[in-house]
Design a protein around this ligand. Structure first.
Ligand SMILES: [Zn+2]
Length: 152
C-alpha cells in the first residue's frame, strides 16, 4: 500500500511528493506486540497509541522514495526510521494509513474473545439468582403462625 508524503529531500526533487510503501497486512510480530500491549492496559504500564503507531511504521514500512543529501536512495534502516519518526508532518499520513491497514486485523481475535466470554457470564448469573429466590420463599410464614397461636 503506497502513501504519498511531502518531499523532504534536499532540493525537492519530487514535486508530486514521495511514496512510502507499507506492507498490506500486519506481520505476526506486529500483531502479537500490539495485543500484548492491549493486555497490559489495565495496569499502569499502559502503552500510548503513539507507541503503537511508531511500532507499525518501524515494522510495516517496506520501502520509500526518499533520497540522501547526495541524491542516492535513502535505505530503510533503524536510523532512517528515526529520521522519519522525528518529523510529525512527514510521518503522520503514513501512521494514519498504517493504523487503517493493521488495527482492525490485529484486534479482530481479541474482540471475538470478549464477546464470547461476556455472553456465558450473563447466562450463569441469571440461573443462580432464580433458584435461590424460589427455595427461600415458603420458610418465613411457618414460624410466625406458631407464635401467634401460642399468644392467644
Ligand atoms: Zn523526495
Amino acid at each position: 500500500m503506497d502513501v504519498t508524503t511531502t518531499c523532504p529531500c534536499s532540493g525537492t526533487p519530487h514535486p508530486d511528493g514521495d511514496t512510502v510503501t507499507l506492507r498490506d497486512k500486519p506481520t505476526l510480530m506486529m500483531g502479537t506486540t500490539a495485543l500484548g500491549w492491549a493486555g497490559q492496559q489495565a495496569t499502569d504500564s499502559k502503552p500510548t497509541s503513539g507507541e503503537i503507531s511508531e511500532m507499525f511504521l518501524r515494522l510495516g514500512i517496506l520501502s520509500w522514495t526518499y533520497l540522501e543529501d547526495d541524491g542516492t536512495p535513502k535505505p530503510v534502516t533503524d536510523e532512517t526510521l528515526d529520521w522519519l519518526l522525528d518529523d510529525y508532518e512527514l510521518a503522520y499520513p503514513v501512521a494514519e494509513k498504517a493504523a487503517e491497514l493493521y488495527t482492525e486485523v490485529i484486534f479482530a481475535p481479541l474482540l471475538k474473545q470478549i464477546s464470547n466470554s461476556s455472553r456465558t457470564g450473563r447466562t450463569n448469573a441469571s440461573t443462580s439468582a432464580n433458584s435461590r429466590r424460589s427455595r427461600s420463599r415458603p420458610s418465613p410464614s411457618e414460624p410466625s403462625s406458631i407464635t401467634s397461636s401460642e399468644a392467644s
